[in-house]
Design a protein around this ligand. Sequence first.
Ligand code: HEM
Ligand SMILES: [Ca+2]
Length: 305
Amino acid sequence: QLTPNFYSRSCPNVLGVVRREVFKALKNEMRMGGSLLRLHFHDCFVNGCDASVMLDGSDGEKFALPNLNSARGFEVVDAIKAALENECNGTVSCADILAIAARDSVLLSGGPTWPVLLGRRDGLVSNQSGANSGLPSPFDSVDQIIAKFNAVGLNTTDVVSLSGGHTIGRARCATFSNRLFNFSGTGADDPTLDQSLAAQLRQVCPASGGDGNATTALDPNSTDVFDNHYFVNLKRNRGVLSSDQALYSSDAGQAETKALVESFAASGPLFKIAFVNSMIRMGNIVPLTGSAGEIRTNCRTINSS
Ligand code: HEM
Ligand SMILES: [Ca+2]
């Protein structure tokens, strides 16, 4: 029901405006590409792609565990929204802005592009609990992650191709440092983590104290470039998050994810085709259309009636 031409008459410059704003943001900080891609993902997995992640309020998704001190890019979305309100007020939804900004972030990071489907409307609610239960955790098993994707209508291929989003962006020590010291009480570090990468990561995340908010690249040696190197890393035990490495190394009956990692590592073009296909599928998670929801004028608050 979404269509690439949704705004062709009501806001013909929408794509140009978003591209310009995303370009500016990435020029200032390349990491923002990853941050914007992740915002669209975190939006779509909770109540569908309805910009629920953007709503302010202490009971909102921003305060859920996977987002608190972690999700970023809200100011960039604000800037895009302001530019679009100037261009064609009350027309473009915040949910569509997130989808276009994610697409542009991938493209401007050297990745593939695709015609982004549009016509989503903005939701009226945002609550922490949905995000806490629906979003995958880096400490989840592959089976748990697959279950969370299945719950929103996505499949195992989507799990692996979309995990390839970790070809850009960064992670905080808090999300992987358990792998570096006395892993699961074994007295050693995670056996599925390459020793030299572990040593490097311990420099970033010292054993005790230290700053849990220090970050490292999710795709060491190919940061900021949207390529298939993430999958090559997994074959070398160089995935940063436990949930990344498990796609290749888990022996919990995940022959399927391992085979997908092998094929995406072997072929960048194959990965990019699969990624695009999965991004379109993710962008279609229960969108509000027609007269459901609203078009927010400020992405952080619902319109006052
Ligand atoms: C498969 C399950 C997934 C898990 C367990 C997961 C987990 C994480 C974690 C823990 C971080 C680091 C957050 C922080 O340290 O604050 C992260 C970052 C990131 N994730 Fe995922 N993620 C998953 C899937 C995805 C998907 C589907 C996408 C997009 C298609 C994505 C894109 C990103 C990006 C781009 C970053 C870097 C963000 C930045 O630098 O601001 N992830 N993810
Ligand atoms: Ca949402």
